[in-house]
Design a protein around this ligand. Structure first.
Ligand SMILES: NC(=O)c1ccc[n+]([C@@H]2O[C@H](COP(=O)([O-])OP(=O)(O)OC[C@H]3O[C@@H](n4cnc5c(N)ncnc54)[C@H](O)[C@@H]3O)[C@@H](O)[C@H]2O)c1
Length: 162
């Protein structure tokens, strides 16, 4: 059976990840609270330029594999995997502002099915997964993993799609 996946945050990382996973055949819920970004994606477009990305988003929307939403409730409970790709802007002292990371985790972990996997994909300090487990009292069986990057992660140095 094909997995259902929720991607939290339709930024540069989340939108690209979601579009390519949808192209690979997975059912993807893409959760984004910013209404401007959400509307653009619903129209089958990206809010930034990445060569070749718009047709992949359009295909995902048209096929029904890519489902943009602002609702955790409509997405997380039916997902086998949840990727957190929310932003980690700099604090004035140079550290990362992790409030979005913790906010997303707090909401998603309350809604996840027992054996679903939560993947922290945003760039976070070492140990953040443990903080999430401790902070939100993650039950056994709800694995919180961490992947630093993958083949579908865009970087400043390379093209995503090609
Ligand atoms: N952009 C890159 O090229 C790049 C490369 C490597 C790593 N990263 C890392 O990946 C992470 C995401 O980067 P980005 O550039 O995609 O950020 P971004 O700011 O473009 O996107 C983050 C998105 O998350 C959304 N968001 C905020 N709170 C949310 C919540 N609670 N639930 C759901 N969505 C929420 C925001 O509205 C925004 O659209 C950061 O940690 C960044 O350091 C980015």
């Amino acid at each position: 059976m094909t997995s259902t996946i929720t991607v939290l945050g339709a930024g540069y990382v989340g939108l690209s990840t979601a579009a390519l996973l949808a192209q690979a055949g997975f059912k993807i819920h893409l959760v984004e609270p910013n209404p401007t970004r959400l509307d653009t994606i619903k129209q089958g477009r990206s809010f930034f330029f990445e060569a070749g990305l718009d047709p992949i988003i359009k295909l995902g929307i048209d096929s029904g594999n890519l489902l943009p939403t602002d609702s955790y409730e409509a997405s997380v409970p039916e997902s086998d995997f949840v990727f957190s790709c929310v932003g980690t802007p700099d604090n004035p002292d140079g550290s990362s502002n992790l409030s979005y990371v913790y906010g997303a985790a707090e909401t998603a972990l309350r809604l996840m099915q027992p054996n679903a996997v939560y993947i922290q994909k945003s760039t976070v300090p070492v140990g953040t997964g443990k903080v999430i487990i401790d902070k939100f009292d993650v039950e056994p069986g709800r694995y919180v993993g961490s992947i630093a990057s993958s083949a579908v992660a865009p970087t400043k140095q390379c093209s995503l799609v090609s």
